[in-house]
Design a protein around this ligand. Sequence first.
Ligand SMILES: [Zn+2]
Length: 437
Amino acid sequence: MQRRPLLLVVLATIICLGLAADVGLRSLQRSQPAQAAGERDSGAATAGAAQSPLESAEDPERERVSIASRQGLGPRAARERLGEPAAAEIAPEPQRKPAAVITVNGDPVVAVASAEAAQQVVDAILASYRETYLSDAALVEELSFAEVVSWEPAEVEESRIKTVEEAINVLLLGTDKVATYTVQSGDTAWDIALEYGLTTDQLARANPGVDIELLQIGQELRITYKEPYVHPRSVAQRVVYESIPFAEQRIEDDTLWPWESVVVTPGSAGTREKVIREYRENGEVVRTEVLSSRVTQEPVTQVRRVGVKQVPELGTGSLILPVAGEISSYFGPRWGTMHQGLDIAAPHGTPVRAADSGMVTFAGWNGNYGRMVEIDHGGGRVTWYAHLSGINVSVGQQVNQGDVIGWVGSTGYSTGPHLHFEIRVDGTPVNPLNYYR
Ligand SMILES: [Zn+2]
């Protein structure tokens, strides 16, 4: 810390001398022709800024100015002490006034007129945090800055004293020079951010409390973004409600078919009320604790009757092929998986016939199977007819062997018109060719 002001003086000296070397070469030549010539010979005129500080140590006059500066005198005071007249272009000593300097983690950031004004700035920022992040809190237990924010009296150049509004902007937005943009028809946050060299995230942070995804024509947006000097930290309680899903009780009913069901008592979800404590840093929730939890409304269990009525023995047990055509793929392992049926190639639209008498237990879309019909023949035997272009039957309908139940197609996971035909016994696919000898 001790070295920092000294370093600044040295840097300032480097910059001043660098300027002198760049723009004041002619006057240097006039007043000190020998040295200027020497500089030129050594190449210092072009390297200017880099070599000047070294040369200044050899220049007793500059060394005295530099020492005076380190003793805390301004350049003008230093020159006066050295007996030099103040140059006309040097501005008069600025007017200093009593003020309050707001510091963040000990570093002075902005000056306001008084301690009361500083208090107003801090109160307004905390109020804006409350509005933005804690408006739905049941109880704010703690709301502060992540940084140590304080103020102290000081004599400050009048032009540097900010209004309360400006000081709020400095602390919240990193600057008091805030440019704004008025939203036009058709603007998106992305367009505006891009136009002003911001990310949408920066645009959002420059406009706390504004949902930049829901812009309105005529709305004013801040398009200046710098890192804020202060960030909120809060602890607050909130009440949240959670839905409790209802369970379902199933009652078997042998007066209904398996594809039928009836809701006897409709279910309804319950509600749980929780009081939680949220820890936020910079507005983001970083931790939550559940303080209490209670069920305010019990869920109501749904009661459903599901059909278990058995399809009677309807089949003859002697099957016919559903379509005439060439078998393009057999039952068994295929492409690393199990092909659970028989593929019979046939032109699109060829009628598909029931392999045996039975009852239609499914008729509709079934994923990779595309349009599909399932027929239950009783005794645990079921047949599937897949990739159909059209369906000619409906669920619950009784069909006789040879009835047209649909037409060959290529729906679902299929590369061309064919019938995928499966026979399932007690739910397990078996080789259909076992039934055709
Ligand atoms: Zn197949």
